[in-house]
Write a protein that binds this ligand. Structure first.
Ligand code: NAP
Length: 514
């Protein structure tokens, strides 16, 4: 009690009397990491944890128990952790201090007898680091293990039973259709409450995705116009320049619809389409996202065939066709590109389509949202003799990555003789230094888990609605034979993606060679 009071007093003096920069609140927790020598842990999770450590969000009162079947001792594990964070800092002392919080337990998640070792270690570290019984269970393993591990965590007594918290972090993919996702969710719910489950969608950790809410709800000029009366259409593009690389085995079973649309794109769309939450907190935001997704029209067969198109890349020059990638069957019909039109049947959006597209081997790697406003109903500047409209649509573009920022196209008079309007671009782009300093998604997301903030994680009702929508497209595609390959690497996908908009007398705002 006295120690706690002293800590608070010291912090108060440092911040308020001596003027030291506000100290972050340290989050106390044990992180039990399953799959501790896997690709994700080494490439993303340890560097993210190190950043939190460096900033003081975790420091003295945290410990990690890494586990997998790998036979390695604490010293070797700490070497692995050290290596994975070396490029983050030149402060060797800081890195050594960070690594000293890591412990390894060789553990096969399917072997029940192993869990007691984990439990003993957890209890020991809880005392040693004064973790107050707070536990995060992070399953960074293949999805077929998610349910087993969650069940065993509960049944083998790993949950903290004193006043601390228990939180479960699950990587993607969350099922491969609604049925399998529900089965998995039922398994997880037997061990954890919904508010204890943090389903990772790393797109939600990106700076500019989080900025969608700030732009929408922090600015009258946008929120007042954010509806079908003023917005003609919304476009979301997640373009990848690379092909499947070494993920062919996984990808060929998944395809772009499951890999990108069901999760990342549906999350972005729901943030763009939702109503204003009562407060900026996870339960309120999630409630609005769910409401938006529930009003998304689930297509019948005819609508799915008309409103969604798919593609697969062929070969050009040196680059291989998808069907010739290592690990991909020669007759694969897996889509590497999807474009679609989404319709919300609600008061705000009825009649305003959301167009989405994503694909591999496209012209460039970027993610952006284009909000296309309606043109003025009367164009007083058009010349009656030509009948030509001169005004451009206002377009708000939210650049998500790699560029971060936004721009707004407005019409203005140009400075030439006579009266002519031209579109000008009001632009705010983060400079590359700021972009580099922006916390990476996993740093934000792990921090959110430690704070218990579920805002940037997918809740079960959101996941369920997204699967129900996507399953309907999949069902139609599974019975129709595609004409693959149908687009060349370096393009923006098949011609049918342009035709999808042309049918509605519209076009993609981002076009090749812009
Ligand atoms: P990974 O490299 O294959 O690692 C899997 C981990 O699971 C390894 O540590 C492995 O270690 C462990 N493991 C396997 N069977 C085990 C068992 N029976 N008992 C205990 N441990 C076992 O996979 P990853 O790429 O890190 O991906 C992990 C999760 O993150 C997956 O759900 C993936 O979909 C998701 N994800 C990954 C990325 C990425 O960039 N890698 C991106 C997004 C999502 P041992 O073989 O030593 O047991």
């Amino acid at each position: 009690m006295l120690a706690k009071w002293y800590r608070q007093y010291t912090k108060f003096c440092l911040v308020n009397l001596i003027g030291v920069k506000k100290l972050p609140t340290e989050r106390r927790s044990l992180i039990m990491l399953f799959g501790a020598n896997g690709d994700l842990a080494v490439r993303k999770l340890y560097p993210a944890m190190f950043k939190l450590f460096e900033k003081g969000n975790i420091r003295d009162h945290f410990a990690v128990i890494g586990s997998s079947r790998y036979k390695v001792d604490d010293a070797k594990y700490r070497d692995m952790v050290t290596k994975s964070v070396e490029k983050e800092s030149s402060n060797k002392k800081m890195i050594a201090n960070f690594a000293s919080h890591f412990y390894f337990v060789t553990h096969d998640v399917t072997d029940l007898s192993h869990y007691s070792v984990l439990k003993d270690k957890a209890d020991e570290l809880d005392k040693k680091y004064k973790l107050e019984g707070n536990r995060v269970f992070y399953i960074s393993m293949a999805p077929n293990f998610f349910g087993t591990v969650a069940k065993n965590i509960k049944n083998q007594g790993l949950l903290s039973n004193n006043s601390g918290f228990n939180r479960l972090v699950i990587e993607k993919p969350f099922g491969r259709d609604f049925e399998s996702a529900k089965e998995l969710n039922d398994e997880l719910s037997n061990a954890f409450e919904e508010n204890q489950i943090f389903r990772i969608d790393h797109y939600l950790g990106k700076e500019m995705i989080q900025n969608i809410e700030a732009i929408r709800f922090g600015n009258t000029i946008f929120e007042a116009l954010w509806n079908n009366r003023y917005i003609d259409n919304v476009q979301v593009t997640l373009a990848e320049k690379l092909g499947v690389e070494e993920r062919a085995g996984y990808y060929d079973n998944s395809g772009a619809l499951r890999d990108m649309v069901q999760n990342h794109i549906m999350q972005i769309v729901s943030l763009l389409a939702m109503e204003q939450p009562v407060a900026f907190k996870d339960t309120d935001i999630r409630a609005e996202k769910v409401k938006a997704l529930r009003s998304l029209r689930v297509y019948n067969v005819a609508e799915a065939s008309t409103n969604f198109v798919r593609g697969q890349y062929g070969a050009v020059g040196e680059s291989k066709a998808y069907r010739n990638e290592d690990g991909v069957p020669k007759d694969s019909n897996t889509e590497t590109f999807v474009a679609g039109k989404l319709l919300f049947d609600n008061y705000r959006w009825s009649g305003t389509p959301f167009y989405i597209r994503t694909g591999k081997e496209l012209a460039d790697k970027f993610t952006r949202v284009d909000v296309v406003f309606k043109k003025p109903l009367v164009d007083i500047f058009s010349f009656p003799q030509s009948g030509k409209a001169l005004l451009n649509a206002n377009v708000l573009t939210i650049y998500i990555e790699p560029t971060q920022g936004f721009s707004l196209v407005v019409n203005a008079k140009n400075s030439e003789q006579g009266f002519h309007t031209e579109p000008v671009n009001l632009e705010f782009l983060e400079d590359s230094k700021r972009t580099k300093e922006t916390p990476q998604p996993y740093e934000r997301l792990i921090h959110d888990v430690l704070k218990g903030d579920g805002t940037n994680f997918a809740s079960w009702p959101e996941v369920a609605s997204a699967w129900k929508f996507v399953d309907q497209i999949r069902r139609v595609w599974d019975i129709q034979q595609p004409m693959f390959p149908n687009y060349i690497p370096g393009s923006m996908g098949p011609v049918s993606a342009d035709e999808l908009l042309a049918r509605d007398h519209r076009e993609w705002i981002y076009k090749l060679n812009q």
